[in-house]
Design a protein around this ligand. Structure first.
Ligand code: BDR
Ligand code: CA
Length: 314
C-alpha cells in the first residue's frame, strides 16, 4: 500500500463526528495523528471530553487531543445542537472516561507543530465542525497553515439550502466569519456539503450490520446512533440517519470518492436571513476557489462506512 496519509480531525463530537473518528481509525489508508476539538454541536468542554472518550473506545488513547476555540470568532451563536446530538453530544450514551490526559497545547499550537514536522503538502486536515480553529491557525501560524495538503470540510450547501436556517448549514452558520476566512484563504479546500451528505442515508439495516458484527466498537457506535435515528424519524420522517461527517472522512481517506467541481464560494457574514449561507457560483468552473462536492455514489459510500465498522475490532 502507498504510504498512509497523515490526518488531523478537527471536530465537535457530536454523534456523526464520533462515527467519522471511528471510520478514520478503522481505515489503513490514513494515519490519524491528532484530534483538535472545537465548540459546535455542544460546548467545548464536552466536545473535548467526547473526543477523548471516542478514541479510548477504540483503544486509541495514544492519539493526542488538543482543545481549541470555545466560541466563534465574532458573534456568539444563538443555539447549539444538543436537541439532535443529546445534551452531552453522544446521543445519551456515556462512554467510559479515557485514562489519557488532554494535550496541554492549544489546538492551533498542536496543529502548527504537526504541520511544521511534516513535508509541505502531505497532511490532510478534516474539519467536521465550525471552522474556528482552522481560521485561527491561518491568522496565528500562516506559515504552518500553508503546508496543509488538503482541507476536507464537512459544511455548507450549494443547492440544498440550509439545515439550521433556510439558508445555512450548521457548521457554516456556527461561525460564518471563520468559514469565510478558510474558504477564501487559497488553501486547497474541498467542501463536503448537504448536496452530497443529505442523499447519503445510513439505514437501520446498515447500523444492524455493525451492531452485530462482533466488535464492541461497532456495537457501541450503533448505540450512540440510536438517538440520531429517532430524531431523524421524528424531524424528517426518514428511516435512517445522514452521517454528514463520516462522508467527509470518506473523501479524506479515499480522495476522489466524491465528484468535485472548482467553484467560487462566498459565505454570508451579514446578520440576517443569509447569515452562514455558502453562496456557490455554479455558472462556471472557477480558476481558484473551492472544490465543491457535487455528486456522490451514496450506496457505495454507505457500504464503505458499514463494512469498515463491521470488521473493526471484531
Ligand atoms: C453538521 O452539523 C453537525 O450537527 C454535524 O455534526 C455535522 O458536522 C451537519 O450540518
Ligand atoms: Ca460535526
Amino acid at each position: 500500500m502507498a504510504s498512509r496519509i497523515p490526518l488531523v480531525i478537527d471536530t465537535d463530537p457530536g454523534i456523526d463526528d464520533a462515527l467519522a473518528i471511528l471510520l478514520a481509525l478503522a481505515s489503513p489508508e490514513v494515519d490519524l495523528q491528532l484530534v483538535t476539538a472545537v465548540h459546535g454541536n455542544v460546548g467545548l468542554a464536552q466536545t473535548t471530553e467526547n473526543a477523548l472518550r471516542v478514541l479510548h473506545l477504540a483503544g486509541r488513547s495514544d492519539v493526542p487531543v488538543a482543545a481549541g476555540a470555545a466560541g466563534p470568532l465574532v458573534h456568539p451563536i444563538p443555539e447549539r445542537a444538543g436537541h439532535v446530538h443529546g445534551a452531552a453530544g453522544l446521543g445519551g450514551v456515556e462512554l467510559p472516561a479515557s485514562p489519557a490526559a488532554l494535550d496541554p497545547r492549544p489546538a492551533v499550537v498542536a496543529l502548527a507543530e504537526l504541520l511544521l514536522a511534516h513535508d509541505p503538502g502531505t497532511v490532510t486536515v478534516a474539519p467536521i465542525g465550525p471552522l474556528t480553529n482552522i481560521a485561527l491557525l491561518l491568522h496565528v501560524f500562516p506559515e504552518a497553515a500553508a503546508r496543509i495538503g488538503r482541507v476536507v470540510w464537512m459544511g455548507g450547501s450549494a443547492t440544498r439550502g440550509g439545515n439550521v436556517t433556510a439558508a445555512a448549514e450548521f457548521n457554516a452558520w456556527a461561525d460564518p466569519e471563520a468559514a469565510a476566512a478558510v474558504l477564501g484563504s487559497g488553501l486547497p479546500v474541498t467542501m463536503v456539503g448537504l448536496d452530497v451528505t443529505l442523499p447519503t442515508v445510513l439505514t437501520e439495516t446498515g447500523i444492524a450490520r455493525f451492531r452485530d458484527g462482533g466488535g464492541h466498537v461497532g456495537a457501541t457506535a450503533a448505540g450512540v446512533l440510536r438517538q440520531y435515528v429517532d430524531a431523524a424519524r421524528d424531524r424528517y420522517g426518514i428511516d435512517g440517519v445522514v452521517v454528514h461527517d463520516a462522508l467527509a472522512l470518506t473523501e479524506a481517506i479515499v480522495p476522489g470518492t466524491l465528484t468535485t467541481v472548482r467553484r467560487d464560494v462566498v459565505v454570508g457574514t451579514t446578520l440576517g436571513a443569509a447569515r452562514g449561507q455558502t453562496l456557490v457560483d455554479r455558472r462556471s468552473v472557477a480558476e481558484h476557489g473551492v472544490e465543491v462536492a457535487e455528486a456522490v455514489d451514496s450506496a457505495a459510500a454507505v457500504e464503505f462506512l458499514v463494512s469498515r465498522l463491521e470488521t473493526y475490532g471484531a
